[in-house]
Write a protein that binds this ligand. Sequence first.
Ligand code: UDP
Length: 374
Amino acid sequence: MAHIAIVGAGFSGAVLAQELGRAGHRVEVFDARAHVAGNCHTARDAKTQVMLHTYGPHIFHTSNQRVWDYIQQFGTFMPFVNRVKAITGGRVFSLPLNLLTINQFLGQTFSPAQARAFFAGIAEQGTGTPANFEEQALALMGRELYEAFFKNYTLKQWGMAPTELPASILKRLPMRFNYDDNYYNSQYQGIPRDGYTAIVENLLDLPNVSLHLGTRFARAQAAGYDQVFCSGPIDAWFGYDEGRLGYRTLDFVREDHADDYQGNAVINYCDLSVPWTRISEHKHFAPWEQHADTVVFKEYSRLCEGDDTPYYPIRLVAEKALLAHYVQRARRERNVTFVGRLGTYRYIDMHVTIAEALDVAQHYAQSLAAGVPP
Ligand code: UDP
């Protein structure tokens, strides 16, 4: 049996620990932070008892049956549908862009077919595949809706013009010609009844899996293990010696209120006159619970520097070139595999992280069985 180190106790690390631990390997998990679950960490607020998503809202959603079946072994998921609202120009609308948003914004009563025809008429199609976020938006929704809902929010969220950002970021959001206001297209959606932290703790709960919190794992320690799975930032592994990959980080400013503050879990602020991007009210992520008081967080985005917590990989051309350097070096590491949002520097959701960790564990088992290096 192998002696394995896992760097990071988020979903990637915890799923790998579960899979490799269950296969009988001796697993040690290291996390620099004092808690498990990475940026999915949740904790009950001592004052209000509301379950807080410490690093911002996380709504679990997937269409991957394997992931949905898998994760439910480690906790109970309560039904939750994310129905986001957005404020622009002093009015409240429904997101993602759907027929209600379109009709209210334009003062129309379009049917699905009429709305489709309208947008086909106003869409600003370039000469080929949209090259950036703005071109993608203009091709889909035309200039008026783009400027109202996306242009300024994106400026605040990413700190740069949407023309500089990849089209893939906009493709995370659907645009619908019906009244479905579910933020996600996924088949399954829910929030863990006891929080994400409990799920990660359950994943890590095996006798041959040990956990070292508040402990950084250095590259030099890898020699002491048969295999290392690193879900920490790939550039940090190499001491940032070729430069830092860009990330956005978030600041959350807490406010406590009585009763109900905004009547919804998430409201986006799409105007530049408001400095925050969104306000989340965490008790609305657990509608099955009763709380007299409420806690909200105003969310501000900025460039990640120094010891700030990385959230969103920026992935511009410069970053992709730097990433390619680190990936080349990663391939030459004898016994280290990089996984997860930070280890692979991709904007991926929890369900993708879990699916990939399951694949990596399976691949490792197959390699061992075949007697070849993973
Ligand atoms: N976005 C926007 N306005 C909104 C919501 C989203 O412009 O009201 C853009 C923004 O660029 C954001 C991207 O769409 O980064 C993806 O949004 P998503 O809600 O998936 O972001 P996340 O919840 O991961 O922060």
